[in-house]
Write a protein that binds this ligand. Structure first.
Ligand code: FA5
Length: 339
């Protein structure tokens, strides 16, 4: 290839390369322009090989020209690279700009479940009267749940409890009364405790749930009488629901108390007939049966006491005017956010 032509071609390569580098829009495009002209098989590299093969007298001029074209292309690439990087940084600054004058992201603060609120309120009232708090396990022995409470195997009262059996001698506790047994086995009299917790029964409708909450109460000392029980429960109802709340005691039967009663509160809720209210049973109670004292090693000749077991859901239904117990367990935020 004659030198003239080589020089002309070098000039043309330079023009093309500078033009296409000027038009490049990104780093990738710049790299492919570099490969196109300066890569192993690039246009300038290939022509430089031809220059290498020229006769010695023609080589210096062609070689110098080729080197200066290469220098110009390299410089253009370097300048373009600086320009592209600056533009990229600029656009990232714009994209990632934080507007500190915008309002903050909204987040929801959790709150206590209505049953937790009511349980805390119940404990507050009894603790203010001198009761302590005791707890027991949800999975309980048949002995503590039934036998020690004067409900032997095959006793008809067992049918009332619709028990979930874990094994022959282990149950999901059907009430919090086994915590009475645990407390008396662990502590000599006098005792005054309230025992909150979950209980389980195979039973479900608008006022019955298969898992619900009770608070057990137990007071044992010398000469505790039924009037003490009535007085304590009256204070409780009036503290929880206000001094004018109508309530009534009704005779009842429990194998572990004698005499026994139930306490009803007049409930005004959605859907109740005539607007007169309905009596809702909220707790069972009575004087601890001598057989129970004997089972825990207390002497029924020396001590007496009362016990009660109240339903937390029932009290929450009355307090908040809720007619369906299932609302407590559906986890509907529209319901829960009202408390
Ligand atoms: C008992 O569980 C006795 N252990 C209470 C007791 C304790 C009596 C100490 C004497 C001495 P009962 O099964 O009636 O009794 O339940 C007590 C309260 O739990 C009921 O008054 C009611 O408020 C609530 N309750 C009972 N079953 C359910 C249920 N399936 N769903 C929601 N609450 C219930």
């Amino acid at each position: 290839m004659p030198v003239d032509e080589i020089l002309k071609e070098l000039g043309a390569i330079k023009n093309r390369a500078l033009r296409s580098i000027a038009m490049v829009r990104g780093i990738k495009g710049l790299e492919s322009a570099r490969v196109r002209y300066l890569g192993k098989k690039g246009q300038l590299t290939s022509l430089m090989r031809v220059v290498g093969g020229l006769p010695p007298d023609a080589r210096p001029l062609a070689g110098q020209t080729a080197n200066s074209v290469k220098g110009a292309i390299l410089q253009a690439i370097a300048e373009k690279e600086t320009e592209l990087k600056a533009a990229e940084q600029e656009s990232r600054i714009v994209e990632e700009r934080v507007d500190i004058t915008m309002p903050g992201a909204d987040y929801q603060i959790g709150r206590k479940h209505p049953l937790t609120l009511v349980t805390e309120e119940i404990l507050r009232v009894f603790c203010s009267m001198g009761f302590g708090v005791a707890e027991g396990p949800d999975i309980e022995s048949d002995y503590n749940n039934f036998e020690a409470l004067n409900i032997p195997k095959h006793h008809p009262a067992r049918d009332l409890h619709d028990t979930f059996y874990v094994s022959k001698d282990v149950v999901l506790r059907t009430h919090t009364s086994p915590v009475q047994i645990r407390t008396m086995l662990a502590t000599p009299p006098p005792v005054a405790v309230v025992c909150p917790g979950r209980v389980y029964r195979c039973d479900a409708d608008a006022t019955h749930s298969p898992m619900f909450h009770q608070v057990e109460g137990l007071m044992v000392d010398k000469a505790i009488s039924f009037s003490d029980l009535k007085g304590i429960l009256e204070v409780f109802v009036h503290e929880m629901f206000g001094p004018d709340t109508p309530f009534r005691f009704r005779p009842h039967y429990f194998p572990f108390t004698e005499p026994s009663c139930e306490l009803d509160i007049l409930f005004h809720g959605e859907g109740e007939p005539n607007g007169e209210g309905v009596w809702l049973e909220v707790l069972g109670a009575g004087m601890v049966h001598p057989a129970v004292f004997e089972n825990v090693g207390y002497d029924p000749q020396k001590v007496s006491g009362f016990a009660f077991g109240l339903g937390v859901e029932r009290l929450a239904m009355i307090k908040y005017g809720i007619s369906d117990i299932r609302l407590f367990f559906e986890n509907d935020l529209r319901f829960l956010q009202q408390f």
